[in-house]
Ligand binder design. Structure first.
Ligand code: BTN
Length: 327
């Protein structure tokens, strides 16, 4: 677990013009030796960053790369209410927040440039390459009883859509939520959320929303992601600075949680329906112990998925994995 090194920030800011920069000049600009620059370059290459080295000209980045920047993300928020940390490398941002002292009454946010043990739902891995995507966890302290939190995990998908469309209005017609926790564009997964709850002895609890959002990722090793996936760069045809997006995700997630606490899940049902990727589809619902096939009938006021089986029986599911069937 490592906080992002200031020199890495400075170096990438210079290299971001995609021109060659000589090792000595870089060293001078950062106030470190040429050998130290070489070490930083070696480290970035090991993270998978495409940097070309040429003996006579120095180093150049092959693609733009903007790192996460605490100042830019904090600028948009009331920082007295929240505690934000950014890591260069971490096992899992969700696990980090789970280990932090529970009594902290602030909203805690953890971001990382890469995760070595990123977790998805249903014990899947979450592929988390360096500086390409957003890996964000937000912990919100609640005084509400766990029994009052039905449907809260579904908020994250809606908040992600809102955060994206605020910055990229042209994507609004294409963003969809897929029950329970995914965001899709054209049937491909753009983002996923892993929600975890920690109960405290005096009845309070902490809720952790972990968001994985594919931003600038263009290629992945064959076995790393098994589902169809997409990334914002593909949908917008541009390289995306993740900082304003992180700020927007934090703003929207907090706003959605607070609206849930005031009004309950029923206040989000219409919004869900408008963005629902499963409307009028036939699907397979796997609960882990059993599979069910049938027509999707929407979600109820608790956020449970409703399915009419082929035998005409109506069932509701609080959890599970939904796969679209093509027929
Ligand atoms: C899923 O769709 O399966 C959920 C993916 C959630 C991934 C995010 S990345 C940030 C946070 N830290 C983790 O280890 N997982 C979540």
């Amino acid at each position: 677990m490592k906080k992002t090194n200031e020199n890495v920030h400075k170096l990438l800011k210079i290299l971001n013009d995609l021109e060659y920069h000589d090792g000595s000049n870089l060293g001078e600009a950062l106030g470190i030796t040429r050998a130290a620059i070489w070490k930083l370059i070696k480290k970035l290459k090991a993270y998978g960053i495409a940097i070309q080295s040429c003996q006579s000209k120095g180093y150049r980045l092959l693609k733009p790369l903007i790192l996460l920047d605490e100042k830019k993300i904090k600028a948009a928020h009331n920082t007295a209410k929240m505690h934000l940390e950014i890591f260069e490398k971490i096992d899992s941002t969700n696990d980090y927040l789970k280990k932090q002292a529970l009594s902290m009454q602030q909203i805690a946010i953890c971001l990382a440039e890469m995760q070595t043990a990123g977790k998805g739902r249903l014990n899947r891995e979450w592929y988390s390459p360096f500086a390409e995507n957003i890996y964000l966890s937000l912990r919100y302290p609640l005084t509400t009883d766990i029994s009052q939190l039905n449907g809260i995990s579904l908020l994250a998908g809606l908040a992600i859509c809102k955060a994206i469309e605020t910055l990229f209005p042209m994507l609004k017609p294409h963003l969809r939520v897929k029950w329970p926790n995914d965001v899709w564009i054209s049937g491909e997964k753009l983002a996923g959320t892993l929600m975890e709850i920690q109960a405290e002895s005096h009845g309070n609890c902490q809720i952790i929303f972990g968001i994985g959002l594919n931003v600038n990722m263009q290629q992945v090793p064959k076995t790393s992601i098994t589902q169809k996936w997409t990334a914002l760069t593909k949908a917008t045809n541009t390289y995306i600075d993740r900082n304003p997006l992180c700020a927007s995700l934090i703003t929207q997630l907090i706003a959605y949680i607070e609206r849930f606490l005031n009004k309950g899940f029923k206040d989000f049902q219409t919004e869900w329906k408008k963005r629902d990727a499963l409307t009028q589809r036939t699907l397979r619902l796997s609960t882990g112990t059993q599979d069910w096939e049938g027509d999707y009938l929407g979600i109820n006021a608790q956020g449970h998925l409703l399915l009419r089986t082929r035998q005409g029986k109506q069932l509701s599911f609080a959890a599970g994995d939904a796969t679209l069937l093509k027929y």
